[in-house]
Design a protein around this ligand. Structure first.
Ligand SMILES: [Mg+2]
Length: 208
């Protein structure tokens, strides 16, 4: 496969909703350790609403899809995650543009635009123990990937999981977890965990 169309991107959002629902308690437990125990329920509510939005009003372009998902996440997900995931998808759509499909380069550009939006919004850097730690290596893998989207996105999902796991020993420098100081070490960041699911579900949809 060398391009991703709107139907496939919509299937990705559906698969992400399903994966978040499946891992909801796990995400909440991670957030209980270093945050306020709402990441699983927040993301479940937001991804459910985003999938419903796409079903009600199917987008014609990737820009429209990113806008619909992003606006829905901003308005339905509480805490820091709503604005950050919302910004990711809004910028993803802008980065993709008014196109009906993405090739490998287009997907990498959209993801890079999304990451830049998250960085600007959250002011986080690598190793602050946030979603950026999973998203950055994934974007780099997409940028260095070839035309085989299945292989490229699979590598990006692997990279996101490595980045997610690398958050465990880190001391948080952003968000609520940073209030814990050194006690935040030894726990996986919940935002990095939900971001790794975002990449893995895209890989699964492409491989299906
Ligand atoms: Mg929270």
């Amino acid at each position: 496969m060398s391009t991703l169309d709107i139907a496939t991107l919509t299937a990705w959002i559906d698969a992400y909703r399903d994966a978040i629902a499946e891992h909801k308690d796990e995400l909440t437990d991670l957030d209980r350790a270093i945050g306020d125990a709402d990441h699983g329920s927040n993301m479940a509510r937001g991804t459910q609403a985003a999938a419903e939005k796409l079903a009600e009003a199917p987008p014609a372009t990737v820009a429209d899809l990113g806008k619909a998902v992003g606006m829905t996440l901003v308005s339905t997900v509480g805490g820091a995650s709503g604005p950050l995931y919302g910004t990711f998808f809004l910028r993803f759509g802008v980065g993709a543009g008014a196109v009906s499909e993405l090739d490998g380069d287009g997907l990498a550009k959209a993801f890079r635009a999304g990451l830049d939006g998250v960085l600007a919004r959250g002011k986080a850097e690598l190793e602050d123990k946030t979603m950026v730690d999973a998203l950055t290596p994934a974007v780099e893998a997409l940028e260095s990937g070839g035309d085989d989207l299945v292989a490229t996105v699979s590598a990006a999902a692997d990279a996101a999981e490595v980045g997610r796991d690398a958050t465990v020993p880190l001391v948080a420098r952003k968000g609520r977890a940073s209030y814990l100081g050194d006690r935040s070490a030894g726990h996986m960041d919940p935002g990095a965990a939900s971001t790794a699911l975002l990449l893995r579900t895209l890989a699964q949809v492409l491989a299906a």
